[in-house]
Design a protein around this ligand. Structure first.
Ligand code: FES
Ligand SMILES: [Fe+2]
Length: 457
């Protein structure tokens, strides 16, 4: 079979954003699989969002970060923790973003509430981020020992005689909105926020068959990355970079023919197939060779079998046994492809089985951010929920290969190794902005359009 030529310009008769890679589409690949992936994967939703350059000062201007901290973060729903991080009454979890800090607490009534993490007395944080799982019947300030009940009402002021001016009914913790979806606890710091469901857009419908509350945190990393939070995140919003940055994947990853969907201001998706060669690969690849590139023994591929289908069949057995679940009804694509949903402003959810991740990104100043990865594994069918994995902290220079049992370590190192060069090149630029692909990089444009909407409110 001859390979498509991907270096020629698109047909000038096409409107901007209409051109697609000449390779087989994601939908063609799903057709060829023929094993009935969920209806959500058959949806395609893209429209052209413009092609103007995106200015680099959005990444390195301290005033822009200030605007984000004042206008975006206090006015948007964001995932603070998993419910399993606070399973029992009195459990708490601190979530910080910039100077904002939130204390998420499970009450005596098992209800999860969120409070601004600042003592009404003299502003002390009740706990620092990372101080997790401290189970107590009340919330006690470590400075002077004032304390509050788990529902935020005042419990006790030591030396009460010295505070005759304090009205107990008016000295509770500053409660903020808190809702859950898929086992994730979301918080919103704004006054009268919209329901979480509005921001989730298609996610509840699409994830009906992928219940994230039936998964547990099997691995958790927190890595400091040397770039603005948006720049770091954008490396995970497109598969255009796969050819160059992850060149080893050319045999097994459909990159240029990935599908990109923009479902609304907050939710977008890409789906790129694994076990299908890149349209960039110039030589034809036999099914046996492809099977070998997937890490299998080429001699073990049954005659006439497709490498992708056979790999998925083996994964169903292997991962099913490893997780203690029945994966026999899971489609090939859900088993092995990179299916990635983005939720504005900073969260990613992968419902697949072999690629089963969640990410979030948070600013740490203008030029650094924190990237957390949670490997969310299906719960064993006996229903016992293992405790969530403790976060493994990695600094800028630390490799993901130091994380025991992390299959994607090499790929993540390749992604994150780009960031310092991109950060510095963007600062050096005299052109002043980045030029995005109309289709493959549309999710990046959508992110910035939505960010502008929040900043303009
Ligand atoms: S600052 Fe919290 S009790 Fe004083
Ligand atoms: Fe990548």
């Amino acid at each position: 079979m001859s390979r498509p030529n991907l270096t020629v310009p698109s047909d000038p008769a096409l409107a901007p954003g209409e051109a697609r890679c000449p390779g087989p589409s994601m939908q063609d690949i799903l057709d060829a699989d023929g094993d009935n992936p969920p209806a959500a994967m058959r949806v395609e939703q893209y429209n052209f969002l413009g092609n103007a350059d995106l200015p680099f000062d959005r990444y390195h201007d301290p005033a822009f970060l200030e605007r984000e901290l004042e206008q975006l973060w206090p006015n948007v729903w964001q995932w603070a923790c998993r419910e399993e991080h606070i399973p029992e009454p009195g459990d708490r979890y601190v979530y910080d973003v910039g100077f904002h800090s939130v204390l998420v607490v499970r009450g005596a009534d098992s209800k999860i509430r969120a409070f601004i993490n600042s003592c009404p007395h003299r502003g002390m944080k009740f706990a620092a981020e990372g101080a997790r799982g401290v189970r107590r019947s009340h919330i006690r300030c470590p400075f002077h020992g004032m304390s509050w009940n788990l529902d935020g009402t005042l419990r006790e002021i030591p030396c009460r005689w010295d505070f005759p001016h304090v009205d107990e009914g008016n000295f509770g913790l500053d409660e903020i909105a808190c809702e859950s979806w898929g086992g994730f606890v979301f918080i919103h710091m704004g006054e009268a926020p919209p329901p979480l469901a509005e921001q989730l857009e298609v996610l509840p419908e699409h994830f009906r068959l992928w219940p994230m509350d039936d998964r547990y945190v099997a691995l958790h990393t927190e890595k400091v990355l040397p770039a603005n939070w948006k720049m770091a995140m954008e490396a995970f919003l497109e598969a255009f970079h796969v050819l160059e940055t992850h060149s080893q994947a050319v045999y097994t990853a459909a990159d240029a023919n990935a599908q990109y969907d923009i479902f609304g201001p907050h939710v977008s998706r890409f789906m790129h197939a694994v076990g299908v060669p890149s349209p960039h690969l110039q030589q034809a690849l036999s099914e046996a060779s492809l099977f070998g590139k997937l890490g299998r023994d080429p001699a073990q591929l049954p005659p006439g079998a497709s490498a992708r289908a056979e790999h998925a069949r083996l994964l169903r057995q292997e991962l099913g046994a490893q997780f203690g679940v029945d994966l026999s009804a899971v489609s090939t694509s859900e088993m092995m492809d990179s299916i990635e949903y983005f939720l504005f402003p900073n969260a990613f959810f992968f419902p697949g089985i072999n690629i089963r991740l969640c990410y979030r990104f948070r600013p740490l100043g203008v030029d650094q951010c924190l990237h957390e990865i949670l490997v969310l594994q299906p719960l064993p069918k006996d229903g016992q929920r293992p405790p969530p994995a403790k976060p493994i902290r990695l600094d800028v220079a630390d490799s993901y290969t130091t994380v025991p049992g992390f299959a994607l370590a090499e790929i993540l190192d390749q992604d994150t190794d780009n960031l310092a060069l991109q950060r510095d090149g963007a600062k050096a630029s005299r052109k002043g902005g980045q030029t995005l692909g109309n289709y493959q990089e549309a999710r990046i444009r959508r992110l910035h359009l939505t960010l502008d909407e929040y900043l303009a409110r």
